[in-house]
Design a protein around this ligand. Structure first.
Ligand code: NAD
Length: 494
C-alpha cells in the first residue's frame, strides 16, 4: 500500500501532522487506492510561503513562455489519458467513457490556455490630451488558493489552474479528499512539463482544516472554489471580510423542459444522460424534468423503461452505464430525499432503493430513481440531491415550464426540447441560468466557452473561455505624458 505525499517548497513531503486518510474505490470498498496526507495548518503555512517565492519568479516569466509549459502539460495529459481515466474511475466511480471526457476537457483547456499566453490583451486608447499615451494592461495577482470538488477530478482543477498560471499567479491546490490520486498525478505532470517547483503546491487534507486555512490565509489574495453552496457561503463570507478576489461555482437544480412538439426519443436520450450520467453527481445534472401535459404520460413510460435497463457497476467494466455514489454519506442523502419525496406525496415510478445484488454490495450503488407527480415548490423539487434522482413535474404550457424552471434558488443550466424556433429563442432569453441548451441535455459544456451559473449557483464570475483570464489578472492603466509640460486632465483641455 502506498502513502502519498504533499508537494510543498519544491519537494514531495510528509504532512506535519504525521496523519493520513484512506482513499477507497467507491465501487468496491475492499480496494484501497492509497493513504493520503491529512495535512494541518502548518502545511498550509509552508505552502503559502513557498508559493510566494514561486510567484516572484513566475510573474517575471513572459506570458508566452508560461503558455509553452501548458502546451507541454496538454501533450502529457494526452499521452497519459487512459491511465488518468482509470485512476479517476477507480477513486470516484464514474464510467471510463466519462473520465476519458474529463481528461479531454483538461487537454482542451491546456491548449486553449497555452495560446492565451500570447493574447493577454489590454487596450491602447487615445488620451484626451496632446502628446500623452494611455493604455491598460493585465498583471498577475499573487498566490491563488484553488479548492475543488470530487466530481470532475481533473477537469475542474485545470479550469482554475491553467488560466491562473498563464496569468502569472502561483498556486496552492487543495483537491477534494475523495479524489487525491488524480491530483497527485496531475501535479507530477505539471512538474514534468517544466513548471518551476515553487509555483505549484499540493496540500491534501480535509476541507474544514486545509481548505479553511487557505481561505483564511492573508497571503492568499485570490480564491477559486467549486463545491456545495453551503461550503461556498463560508468561503464567501471570509473572502468578503478579508477583501479577497473570489470565484464561486456552487450547486444546481437543473431542469430539462420537454414541450408537446419535441422529438420525444431525442428528449428521452437527453434526460437519461443528464440525470443518470455521473450517477447524478454533476453540477449540471438534470434533477428536474418539466413535461408539457400532452406528452407527459408517453414520455414517462418510455423513460422509466429505459432507466430500468441501465446497468450499474464498476465504471472500469465495459457495459456499465451508471457507477456508484462517491461515498456512503452521499447514498444516505439520496435515501433521505427518497423519503422526503414519498412524504410529500410524489409517486415513485422506478428505483428508490440501494442496489446491492452481487458485487454491487461492496460499493455505494443506488438505483436510478424517478418520481412523478412532483409539485413545484416541494423540497424534492427545490433542493440539490446530487444523486441519481429525477423529479418529473407536469405543466400546461411553455410559460408555466419557464416559471417552474426559474422558481429555484439555483441557476446553472437548463434545457428545452422543442421544434418551435420562437419558443427556443424565448427560452434562451427568459430562463434564469448561466447556460441554456436547445434540443440537448443540461450537460455538455465546452472548454472554450464561459461556464457558470446565476443566483445562488455562483457569484458572477465564469470559468472557461476568455472571461476567466480577467478573473485571474488585474487590470492596470498606464499614462505616459511626453509633452514636457504639466497637463491637467479635464482642466487644461476644456
Ligand atoms: P464540497 O463543498 O463538500 O467540497 C468541495 C471542496 O471544498 C472540497 O475540496 C472540500 O474539501 C472543500 N471544503 C469543505 N469544507 C471546507 C471549508 N470549510 N473551507 C474550505 N474548503 C472546504 O463539495 P463536493 O461534495 O466535493 O462537490 C459537490 C458540490 O459541488 C455540489 O453542490 C455541486 O453542485 C458542486 N459543484 C458545482 C460546480 C459548478 O461549476 N457550479 C461544479 C462541480 C460541482
Amino acid at each position: 500500500m502506498t502513502d502519498f505525499l504533499n508537494f510543498i517548497g519544491g519537494q514531495w513531503v510528509a504532512p506535519s501532522t504525521g496523519a493520513y486518510f484512506e482513499n477507497r474505490n467507491p465501487a468496491d470498498t475492499r480496494d484501497l487506492v492509497g493513504r493520503f496526507p491529512a495535512s494541518g495548518v502548518d502545511d498550509v503555512e509552508r505552502a503559502v510561503a513557498s508559493a510566494a517565492r514561486g510567484f516572484d519568479l513566475w510573474k517575471r516569466t513572459p506570458a508566452p513562455a508560461r503558455g509553452d509549459v501548458l502546451r507541454r502539460v496538454g501533450d502529457l495529459l494526452s499521452a497519459r489519458k487512459e491511465e488518468l481515466a482509470n485512476i479517476m474511475t477507480r477513486e470516484m466511480g464514474k464510467p471510463l467513457a466519462e473520465t476519458r471526457g474529463d481528461v479531454q476537457e483538461g487537454i482542451d483547456t491546456a491548449y486553449y490556455a497555452a495560446t492565451e499566453g500570447r493574447r493577454l490583451f489590454g487596450h491602447t486608447v487615445p488620451s484626451e490630451l496632446r502628446n500623452k499615451w494611455a493604455m491598460s494592461y493585465r498583471r498577475p495577482i499573487g498566490v491563488a488558493g484553488l479548492i475543488t470538488p470530487f466530481n470532475f477530478p481533473l477537469a475542474i482543477p485545470t479550469w482554475k489552474m491553467f488560466p491562473a498560471l498563464v496569468c502569472g499567479n502561483a498556486i496552492v491546490f487543495k483537491p477534494s479528499e475523495d479524489v487525491p490520486h488524480t491530483a497527485h498525478v496531475f501535479v507530477e505532470i505539471l512538474l514534468e512539463a517544466g513548471l518551476p517547483p515553487e509555483v505549484i503546491q499540493l496540500v491534501h487534507g480535509m476541507g474544514e482544516v486545509v481548505g479553511k486555512a487557505i481561505v483564511e490565509h492573508p497571503g492568499v489574495p485570490l480564491l477559486s472554489f467549486t463545491g456545495s453552496t453551503e461550503t461556498g457561503s463560508f468561503v464567501g463570507e471570509t473572502a468578503g471580510r478579508m477583501h479577497k478576489r473570489l470565484s464561486l461555482e456552487m450547486g444546481g437544480k437543473n431542469a430539462q423542459i420537454v414541450l408537446d412538439d419535441a422529438d420525444l426519443e431525442l428528449a428521452v436520450e437527453g434526460v437519461l444522460w443528464g440525470a443518470f450520467g455521473t450517477t447524478g453527481q454533476r453540477c449540471t445534472a438534470t434533477s428536474r424534468l418539466i413535461l408539457q401535459e400532452g406528452i407527459h404520460d408517453r414520455l414517462v413510460a418510455r423513460l422509466v423503461e429505459r432507466a430500468r435497463a441501465l446497468r450499474l457497476g464498476d465504471g472500469r467494466v465495459a457495459g456499465t452505464d451508471v457507477g456508484p455514489l462517491v461515498h456512503e454519506a452521499s447514498r444516505e442523502k439520496v435515501e433521505r430525499y427518497v423519503a422526503i419525496g414519498l412524504a410529500e406525496g410524489a409517486t415513485l415510478a422506478c428505483g428508490g432503493s440501494r442496489a446491492t445484488a452481487g458485487d454491487l454490495a461492496h460499493g455505494f450503488f443506488f438505483e436510478p430513481t424517478i418520481f412523478t407527480g412532483v409539485k413545484a415548490g416541494s423540497r424534492l423539487e427545490q433542493e440539490e440531491i446530487f444523486g441519481p434522482v429525477l423529479s418529473v413535474i407536469k405543466v400546461r404550457d411553455a410559460d408555466e415550464a419557464f416559471a417552474v424552471n426559474n422558481g429555484v434558488k439555483y441557476g446553472l443550466s437548463s434545457s428545452v426540447y422543442t421544434r418551435d424556433v420562437t419558443v427556443a429563442f424565448r427560452a434562451l432569453q427568459d430562463l434564469d441560468n448561466g447556460i441554456t441548451y436547445v434540443n440537448a441535455p443540461t450537460i455538455g459544456a465546452e472548454a472554450h466557452l464561459p461556464f457558470g451559473g446565476v443566483k445562488q449557483t455562483g457569484n458572477g464570475h465564469r470559468e472557461g473561455g476568455w472571461e476567466v483570464y480577467e478573473f485571474y489578472s488585474e487590470t492596470k492603466v498606464g499614462y505616459v505624458d511626453y509633452s514636457g509640460a504639466l497637463q491637467r486632465a479635464q482642466i487644461d483641455n476644456y
